[in-house]
Design a protein around this ligand. Structure first.
Ligand SMILES: NC(=O)c1ccc[n+]([C@@H]2O[C@H](COP(=O)([O-])OP(=O)(O)OC[C@H]3O[C@@H](n4cnc5c(N)ncnc54)[C@H](OP(=O)(O)O)[C@@H]3O)[C@@H](O)[C@H]2O)c1
Length: 314
């Protein structure tokens, strides 16, 4: 197999022996692998893979077809079109993963494009449903809304019956965000004018929290911090928090155990995959690059100003 490898910050393509799946695992021939902020951090030596995952091969999500099946796997066959999240190693021609964490790629969805679904939509789904406890009719604010997780969160919020506000730096994205399901689109300075919110998916971090989010919370609001590109340390007015009886929580996905990842995959198979199959949910893609164009793909990711996902086509 061929894999992208991070060697002291440099991206190279390496040849490796293709592994055989052990009990409960499958070998997937990768078709698409979405890029994520975590890959950029891993490249800079700031986000090592959790134990048990390839140390030098980045990639938290993939789509592809099952090429080999280990013992004790039920429900999957060779050739099945699948996608899923992994702790690392997805940016390669092959990846080994736990069969219970797989999701099926609907026939109506392009297989390479599906490589941009798992990480963004799993993160957004878990944040909104399992951490934010969003109820139908509630007011949901998504900050950093034009990126991979943001465009997923808008669509999931709309699907679950929320009134969604998208917060972005570049308001020229308004029409695209409204097409995904945002009821209103604001820039960071406009958040206070359109609040309060019951649930906030905070994808930017400290800068956004202190700029307006913490002053825009409804009673019993839940703020779920998922990204800290805009700073990890914020000054919080605790009196304001007491008055609103709000909760601030945070979450990461990568280091979770197989059982938790399997549970989320099963919930998404029930609640999101049918919507993906019938086109009610889409995977916005900025650009695709070949595996050997990884340098350009990573460069495009850090440039920012994206609408949706960048995908390595393997
Ligand atoms: N906790 C987890 O398990 C988990 C999982 C996945 C992702 N994440 C994190 O969640 C965040 C979003 O992920 P993603 O995949 O959606 O990333 P992305 O595609 O790069 O999107 C990030 C978005 O945030 C905006 N943004 C960045 N800095 C900003 C700032 N200072 N003020 C306002 N907007 C800002 C960007 O706007 P511009 O286009 O204007 O640059 C972009 O639209 C990242 O920090 C990522 O590392 C966490």
């Amino acid at each position: 197999m061929r894999a992208l490898s991070i060697d002291d910050g440099t991206l190279t393509i390496v040849e490796r022996a293709t592994p055989l799946p052990e009990s409960g695992k499958v070998l997937v021939a990768v078709a698409g692998a979405g890029l994520n902020g975590a890959d950029m951090m891993q490249r800079r030596g700031l986000y090592p893979a959790p134990p048990g995952w390839p140390e030098d091969v980045p990639g938290l999500e993939f789509s592809g077809t099952i090429e080999a099946i280990g013992p004790d796997v039920t429900g999957w066959s060779i050739g099945d079109r699948v996608m899923g999240i992994v702790g690392g190693g997805a940016q390669a021609t092959h990846v080994i993963t736990d069969a219970t964490t797989l999701m099926r790629v609907p026939e109506s969805v392009d297989l390479v494009t599906a490589g941009g679904f798992p990480e963004a939509f799993t993160t957004a789904y878990d944040a909104i449903v399992n951490q934010g406890f969003l109820l139908p009719g509630e007011r949901l604010l998504v900050t950093g809304a034009a990126g991979g997780v943001g465009t997923a969160a808008i669509q999931i919020g709309r699907l679950l019956g929320a009134q969604v506000t998208a917060c972005v730096r570049d308001l020229s994205r308004r029409d695209d965000l409204i097409a995904l399901g945002a009821a209103s689109v604001v820039d960071p300075d406009g958040v206070i004018d359109v609040g309060p919110f019951d649930v906030v998916i905070e994808l930017v971090g400290a800068q956004s929290l202190t700029n307006g989010v913490l002053r825009s919370l409804a009673e019993f609001a839940r703020v779920v911090v998922i990204g800290v590109g805009g700073g990890a340390k914020a000054e919080v007015n605790l009196l304001g928090l007491m008055a609103s009886r709000a909760t601030i929580t945070g979450s990461t996905l990568r280091a979770r155990d197989v059982e938790e990842k399997s549970q989320i995959a099963a919930a998404m198979a029930d609640r999101l995959i049918p919507a993906l199959a019938n086109g009610d949910i889409i995977i916005p893609v900025v650009a695709r690059y070949g595996l050997d164009q990884a340098e350009a793909a990573y460069g495009r990711f850090v440039e920012g100003a994206k609408f949706g996902k960048i995908i390595l086509q393997v």
